[in-house]
Write a protein that binds this ligand. Structure first.
Ligand code: SF4
Length: 417
């Protein structure tokens, strides 16, 4: 894929792709005569293409009218100053951006929720209820001998997963790639289920078989019990099985219980062999945002500051709940031009310069894209390492961190006697 750009500041540079939780750090961006993102998958190329096509000198807007940064900051401070219950939503950012947002949220008693937290909460509920054993991408690459992909083909959301972790030839401790079993809804699934709402039945049957229970039926959710037994035999004889799921794919009632069924399988398998889970991330910096929130407040997002103290409630502080009560919304999306969700409350958007609006926000400040317009830090989907994002071109756009710091400073001056 080829991208045009005149602001690119080098002929070739290595880059980290923030477009999914794998954070591939072997991307080579070549500038001349046109931009190419070597080694990036289609999703990664599309990210870089859109980021590089975005203008680097877009002006802030106040009520749709072009303005300057200082005036836009003043307007934001005016809105936040009047607000008793601001909602900071979207939160598509990296570690440094989230650190700045947390400081501002503490000062303004805001509630915080990431745009993909509906999926994240499914994992959090399962983790809170029974704990879990998960693994890292390095362990998958070096040790896994069986991958069970549950309800996800993995590649749709994390396109280079198999190329980087399964088909690699530089594994430290194994000579053969792991066997991969896909339990899902598409035709290429080894164990095919009609739709994902059948997964709870299948997983409960797998748990029963793993506990040596005899099922008095021939099929469960149209899957032969013999097929399920054969999967259990594979899992028991594997030396390091990894069970992969994607909470964002599990749009089924009480998905957290389905995830808990997966973690119970893992617990039981570990009585006789080794097995671990690998939850896939949902994107837009969700892993970075939730880890940063947890470092700084003790909780992942869906929290609120009250008199500067964090309160966590994964139901009450959901964006969908807070939209009804908030009196101002700050929407943040820096990786992708996701438009804000609708609210009647005054709306501030700090985001990707290409963001399009159905309803004009009160203030829009376009900011640089992390990993293209400025440096940054991101946590990989396994939360095990932080990778640097590099500035790849010259840009007049401020970073989210700079804008939030300016708001913070102005707010402090406003409240000072
Ligand atoms: S697999 Fe993910 S991180 Fe790697 S290039 Fe594709 S989108 Fe980017």
């Amino acid at each position: 894929m080829v991208m045009n750009n005149s602001n690119y500041n080098s002929t070739q540079v290595n880059a980290t792709c923030p477009a999914c939780g794998l954070l591939c750090d072997d991307i080579s961006i070549v500038s001349s005569p046109q931009l190419t993102a070597n080694k990036a998958c289609v999703k990664g190329v599309s990210f870089f293409k859109r980021a590089f096509k975005a203008p680097t000198d877009t002006l802030p807007l106040i009520a749709g009218q072009a303005s300057d940064l200082d005036s836009a900051i003043n307007k934001i401070v005016e809105i936040l100053h009047l607000s008793k219950n601001p909602l900071f939503a979207g939160l598509g950012t990296e570690v440094q951006g989230m650190r700045a947002i947390m400081r501002l949220a503490q000062k303004t008693n805001a509630s915080l929720d990431h745009m993909h937290s509906e999926a994240g909460v499914r994992n959090t509920l399962a983790l809170q209820n029974g704990g879990w054993m998960t693994t890292t991408l390095a362990e998958v690459k070096n040790r896994a001998d069986l991958i069970l992909a549950i309800g996800t083909d993995i590649t749709s959301s994390h396109p280079r997963f198999f190329e980087r972790l399964i088909e690699n030839t530089d594994s430290l401790f194994k000579q053969q790639p792991p066997e991969v079993v896909y339990l899902g809804t598409t035709q290429d699934a080894a164990i095919n289920v009609e739709n994902l709402s059948k997964l709870p039945e299948i997983l409960n049957a797998l748990n029963a078989l793993l506990h040596n229970k005899k099922l008095q039926v021939t099929h469960v959710a149209d899957v032969p019990v013999a097929t399920l037994q054969s999967l259990i035999d594979k899992l028991k004889s594997a030396q390091y099985a990894v069970l992969v799921w994607s909470a964002s794919m599990l749009n089924i009632p009480h998905a957290e219980l389905t995830i808990q069924s997966i973690t119970q399988l893992i617990n039981k398998l570990n009585e006789t062999t080794r097995a671990a889970g690998l939850p896939l991330s949902s994107g837009d910096g969700d892993t970075s945002v939730n880890n940063t929130s947890a470092w700084l407040s003790g909780y992942p997002t869906r929290l609120r500051f009250n008199n500067g103290m964090p309160e966590y409630d994964n139901h009450q502080y959901a964006t969908s709940k807070q939209l009804a009560d908030c009196d101002a919304m700050l929407w943040i999306s820096t990786f992708n031009p996701h438009p804000p969700i609708f609210t009647k409350a005054p709306t501030i958007v700090i985001g990707h310069p290409d963001t399009q609006f159905e309803r004009t926000p009160d203030v829009f400040i376009p900011v640089g894209v992390p990993g293209v317009d400025h440096n940054g830090l991101m946590l990989r989907m396994d939360s095990s390492i932080t990778l640097p994002l590099k500035k790849l071109r010259d840009s007049k756009l401020p970073s989210l961190t700079t804008v939030i710091a300016m708001i913070e400073e102005k707010l402090s001056n406003e409240v000072s006697p």
